[in-house]
Design a binder for this molecule. Sequence first.
Ligand SMILES: [Zn+2]
Length: 252
Amino acid sequence: MKGRVKNKIILFLVSLFLIPVAGFLLSQTAGGETTVYVTSTGEKYHREDCRSLRRSKIALSLEDAVRSGYGPCSSCKPPELSGDAAAALSRIGGLYRVNAAALSSSAAADIYQMVKAEVVGHVDGDTVRVRIPNPPAELGAVETIRLIGVDTPETVHPNRPVETFGKEASDFTKSRLLNQTVYLAFDWDLRDRYGRLLAYIYTAEGRCFNASLVGEGYGHAYTRFSFQFMDEFRALEQQARRDKRGLWGGGP
Ligand SMILES: [Zn+2]
């Protein structure tokens, strides 16, 4: 009788010890993912209870946070990847490529897997300059981006009257993107022959700005080179033409 009670006590004590151990092992094997939090505008990632998350709080994995260029918050001291893991992450799959992700439309992209950047300069309707905090290995800290899949008037018809709409297209891009935090997605080719980065620019609301340019009639679908959203951009251009938007309407 005494022996059975003793066994029960031992069993009870062992289970007390095993439950947290099993819990720990499960948490480690469930993808090994650590969740951290970012705001819609900041450049740091945080622990869930950090005061910096008062205005907005977006959960993502530690890996995605590092891949997107977020650095650890210095006040809440969230977990960090080792230097080796962070370097490996920026080398392997560090760039979000819409062709590799086999996306069927530009709206299906996930901005939290993208490289985060700030638009610091404006060249024309389809070309901007960005600054990239913690750039992955393939990218520089400052890059000139040529938007994929769209051509705005001044670069496509340099000697035609339609060029006049280049100014409107340029102003539209400037007003929507300059000084904004944006997210970059890539496709087949990373750069053009001038060394400019070829990218889709997504706004913080998750909208593809390249598609907006075509859809609003500020540029036409540039189909000389194949890209993942070619059919979608062609359809957007057709709709803009039917609706006589932007350059298709003969005036702003
Ligand atoms: Zn914090």
